[in-house]
Design a protein around this ligand. Structure first.
Ligand code: SF4
Ligand code: SF4
Length: 173
């Protein structure tokens, strides 16, 4: 998962995608948010993400990840994972009101990892679904099922929103 320093230049793929997402947001952001279907999916996604976050907190997953970052030499959010995101994934995050980094800096971890954890609200399927061995061992079966069900709902809404935005942008002049 470790990325070489040269891939972190201003021309790195993620930097370009972030710039493109900002451009699309500036041009189409308001009109996308006014689309009834997209608006409803954005609101649903926010609720789904909130539910997943609450479960992550309740079952102690957030505390385990914090301990990895602060006491065990870093989380599993390795450099290069940011390249899995496409422009629409990033645009969805902008539509949800988050800021994307303007300069890609880290050589050792994912571009979206900051001091307090992931800066993104709508995360990639790889990030949402990932349960490391440590968590697999620590969490009870029922806790894992609860988490997976909630994460599944989040990802389904995100997929529908992603498709709807692509359709809408494809139809735009
Ligand atoms: S998912 Fe596992 S390895 Fe990654 S930060 Fe959380 S506890 Fe650590
Ligand atoms: S959870 Fe966030 S910081 Fe971690 S790998 Fe995924 S996008 Fe990067």
């Amino acid at each position: 998962m470790r990325k070489q320093p040269e891939s972190q230049s201003a021309c790195s793929p993620i930097q370009k995608k972030i710039e493109q997402a900002h451009g699309l947001h500036a041009t189409w952001g308001d009109s996308l948010k006014q689309d009834l279907n997209i608006n409803a999916l954005l609101k649903k996604l926010e609720r789904n993400i909130e539910n997943t976050k609450n479960i992550m907190l309740e079952i102690g997953l957030v505390a385990e990840c914090k301990s990895c970052e602060e006491e065990e030499g870093g989380s599993c959010c390795g450099a290069g994972i940011e390249n899995r995101y496409d422009v629409v994934d990033l645009l969805i995050n902008l539509l949800l009101g988050i800021s994307l980094p303007t300069l890609v800096q880290s050589d050792n971890s994912c571009t979206f990892l900051e001091k307090n954890g992931c800066t993104l609200t709508a995360r990639h399927v790889l990030c949402v679904n990932y349960i490391c061995d440590k968590l697999q061992k620590k969490l009870a079966h029922e806790e894992l099922i609860r988490l997976q069900e909630c994460a599944g709902e989040e990802l389904e809404t995100q997929f529908l929103l992603h498709e709807e935005i692509k359709k809408r942008l494809g139809a735009s002049p």
